[in-house]
Design a protein around this ligand. Sequence first.
Ligand code: GAR
Length: 217
Amino acid sequence: MTLRQNVAILISGRGSNMQSLVRACSAPDYPAKVVLVLSNKADATGLDYAREAGIATAVISHKDYPDRASFDAAMDAEIRRHGAELICLAGFMRLLDSRIIEAWRDRMINIHPSLLPSFRGLDTHERALEAGVKLAGCSVHFVRPDVDTGPIIAQAAVPVLPDDTPDSLAARVLEQEHMIYPVALRLVAEGRVRVEGDRAFVDASCTMRSLRNPDSL
Ligand code: GAR
């Protein structure tokens, strides 16, 4: 029987990356199980998908707390109440306090729609187009206190085309996000990622070929 790590997924909106993780977790041999989808926004459309999939959901609004630390503490308590062992940030658009980040060190991962360390923060696709880069992409990384930083677990690149708009580029990148996030979560849940300083090293048996063919992992 597959040993499964309990995962909480944090979202703020559409939740398409959350959906790709939920779909991956439905495979019998996938090493993770989604125990909670938590949003800071009650109207996050991703919550409907999670509810329909029979997953526990929670809304903790940052507006109900006087500061970031108390908001994070409330989320932390809810996440632990559901028995989560790992946290996936999937379009969760609130900065987190360093206390919760340190409490979940190397057990909290994030997806960002750029080839980090380029284009951290917001409006990544606009800025990539303005910079004239020829490749864009996405990264899954362990979370550290500075925004969109931390050891990189997986990345995927796509070409930037001459007639791209931020939306067309975002759509091309998003397809790759949906591929690499489940792969990265699998690797972390199986304990196949080792962190040394600012770098993450993936078990040597995981090659780029297996990243392209997640079923082979
Ligand atoms: C995704 O593109 C994700 O990479 C990005 O927000 C989008 C959420 O979409 N996250 C960040 O920019 C974090 N810095 P989704 O809700 O459909 O997954």
